[in-house]
Design a protein around this ligand. Structure first.
Ligand SMILES: CC(C)(COP(=O)(O)OP(=O)(O)OC[C@H]1O[C@@H](n2cnc3c(N)ncnc32)[C@H](O)[C@@H]1OP(=O)(O)O)[C@@H](O)C(=O)NCCC(=O)NCCS
Length: 130
């Protein structure tokens, strides 16, 4: 759903991939959720910065779900898509999947909804030019 001050947008995906290494895991070999949350923030940051051409900050993570564990050695690919554009904020949906590099099988892991806000050099919300 799109609120009245928001412009629906079918923006181009921004895609980032990371190989999941032992440094990303807990002690039983699956990837920490906090690590994936960091990558979610990263891909949303890239997409919002590209869109606005301004500094952006993360205002909210309204939803995040993880439907399967991610194994070490897999390639995690995250896609950020602009859902809507407000006066100073951008709503994004991030989806992410894990690929077993040997078998090339991919598994959709989950999704997240975020809000990024464009800010001026003093950190105050600033209008997104369109
Ligand atoms: C995000 C931030 C700049 C908003 O400042 P603010 O003065 O509260 O902003 P406003 O109330 O004027 O809202 C500005 C926009 O942000 C949106 N917004 C602010 N907080 C939001 C929230 N929690 N959820 C969703 N949208 C939010 C508003 O809807 C508004 O959107 P619009 O202009 O497109 O209509 C400020 O809270 C901030 O600096 N937060 C810290 C950000 C940060 O450092 N993040 C990294 C992790 S700590």
């Amino acid at each position: 759903m799109v609120s009245k001050n928001r412009t629906p947008c079918s923006g181009t995906d921004t895609v980032l991939s990371h190989v999941m290494l032992p440094l990303h895991t807990n002690h039983y070999g699956s990837i920490h959720g906090a690590v994936i949350l960091g990558f979610i923030d990263e891909v949303a940051f890239v997409a919002a910065t590209r869109l606005t051409g301004k500094n952006v900050v993360l205002a909210a993570v309204n939803h995040a779900s993880f439907d399967h564990p991610v194994k070490v050695g897999s390639l995690l690919t995250l896609r950020a898509n602009i859902s809507s554009i407000g006066h100073t904020s951008v709503k994004l949906k991030v989806t992410f999947e894990a690929e077993d590099l040997k078998t090339k099988k991919t598994l959709r892991i989950g999704s997240a909804d975020l809000v990024m806000v464009a800010v001026d050099p003093k950190g105050r919300p600033t209008k997104i030019g369109r």
